[in-house]
Design a protein around this ligand. Structure first.
Ligand code: ZN
Length: 460
């Protein structure tokens, strides 16, 4: 059976020879019940199969006609019922696959996150009509079998799928007329929006592209063939750090962070470039606890929640299609503000300085600059420079004037340098390399220096 245009429920690749088996009466009756609720008669074949979980597909029959199929793995269905402790999970999986047929997705090619969310929304809609609670409706994703933190090329992250189910559920509920809910939660609008609850004057600079789903296909891919980008490393004394480690990983380094935390290290630098994350963890920070969040959308609610819980932003960076936010307690930062701007936020920096704040983090990703400014910084006086070329003379000049590098990064076609006075940093050095500067780090450590930042981008 050719399943190239089919949906695989959790995005697992469907490989090898696929066979169909006669299906259980139970599966057939679930599907019949689902279509019954929308006033249709079933016009799909249902087959138990050796697919990874469940799939909707169209198959050409021997007499040349095309038939719609829903394939499901009996062992997956048993497993998901078991893991979610809910029979509704199995019904939800079937409803999702039915939705692909009804929405014509199976005619359009392989799965994509938007079509998956449409199918999830439909499942939420049907499950309400069938009498499930919202919790029961979401049970197909709220289990260890299905959980995926990140969006893939074909499938959304679990958080988005849960939300889509809730949207469908809510729509059915409203149609039902039992409740009058004026505001429909819309997961499509939860991505960077123009409304903000924070006290910032101006949020109109969010890129208005609102492609509702962060697409993994639009990820800026660094072309390795004509690559003249560089790693820029800043090391120095005066950080108070010791026992530093660095790791590079193609996947987000969550295990490495956990391991570092267990060894009393905290994240002191986290960046993405050259198709990998670079994580630096250190002992000797003032942090007492730390958390991180990765989101495909700008994590403003996560920041708010962190602030409410007594954390401050210590790093925010963009890479691999997502924002990686690190928040810490014990940093000394307070009264933090963040701004996202399509253009370099020079006015916002000025405003921050005028209100007694210093730049804590400045980075570029997903078409915008993200500026974080804080009170409580050791830096007392700052200046910034943007240059189309590597700002070595500007660094030199800064050092001569008793400033030290607190940020050196690249974004939107320019180098950005933030120099600070009173930071307590000294004896700094920088290196620019086309390869990851591991021997340069080793050399710096041998000289009693520690890593301040590692970034990727810019011209060689
Ligand atoms: Zn699907």
């Amino acid at each position: 059976m050719d399943l190239s245009n089919s949906c695989s429920f959790d995005g697992s690749p469907i490989t090898g020879e696929i066979y169909g088996f006669s299906s259980s009466n139970e599966a057939i009756s679930i599907v019949d019940e689902i279509v019954g609720h929308i006033g249709l008669k079933r016009n799909f074949q249902i087959q138990a199969s050796n697919v990874p979980n469940a799939a909707a597909t169209i198959r050409r029959s021997p007499n040349g006609t095309y038939e719609r199929y829903i394939l499901y793995s009996q062992s997956f269905i048993s497993k998901i019922i078991n893991r979610s402790n809910s029979y509704w999970a199995a019904i939800g999986v079937m409803a999702h696959e039915i939705a692909h047929h009804l929405n014509g997705h199976t005619l359009k090619g392989p799965s994509r996150p938007p079509t998956e969310l449409e199918a999830d929304e439909f499942a939420g809609f049907i499950l309400y009509k069938m009498g499930a609670t919202l919790e029961q409706a979401q049970s197909m994703f709220n289990n260890s079998l299905m959980y995926t933190r990140y969006e893939s090329a074909t499938h959304p992250a679990t958080s988005a799928r849960l939300e889509a189910v809730a949207v469908g559920y809510q729509k059915a509920k409203e149609k039902d007329g039992k409740t009058t809910v004026s505001k429909l939660p819309n997961y499509k609008k939860n991505y960077p929006s123009t409304t903000t609850k924070t006290n910032y004057p101006n949020t109109t600079t969010y890129p208005k592209t609102t492609t509702t789903y962060p697409k993994t296909t639009t990820k800026p891919k660094t072309t390795t063939t004509t690559n003249n980008k560089v790693f820029s490393l800043v090391m120095g004394k005066g950080t108070g750090y010791y026992g530093q480690t660095w790791k590079t990983r193609t996947d987000f380094p969550n295990e490495e962070i956990k391991k570092g935390w267990n060894e009393d290290r905290y994240i002191t630098s986290l960046t993405y470039g050259d198709n990998k994350w670079t994580l630096v963890m250190s002992k000797g920070t003032k942090y007492t606890t730390q958390r991180w969040r990765t989101r495909t959308y700008f994590p403003k609610d996560e920041i708010k929640k962190g602030w409410d819980d007594g954390y401050a932003i210590t790093s925010i960076t963009y890479g691999d299609g997502m924002w990686a936010l690190v928040m810490s307690k014990g940093s000394g930062f307070y009264s933090q503000q963040w701004r996202t701007r399509a253009n370099f936020p020079k006015d916002e920096i000025k405003e921050g300085w005028d209100s007694g704040r210093q730049i804590t983090s400045l980075s570029y990703g997903d078409g915008k600059w993200v500026l974080v400014m804080s009170k409580g910084s050791k830096s007392k006086l700052q200046k910034w420079r943007t240059r189309s070329y590597f700002p070595k003379d500007e660094i030199k000049k800064g050092w001569d004037d008793d400033y030290d590098i607190t940020t050196l990064t690249y974004g939107d076609g320019k180098w950005v340098l933030v120099l600070s006075k009173g930071s307590g940093l000294y004896s700094q050095g920088w290196r620019k390399r086309t390869y990851f500067p591991s021997s340069e780090i080793r050399k710096g450590w041998d000289d009693g220096k520690t890593i301040i930042s590692v970034n990727y981008g810019g011209d060689n």
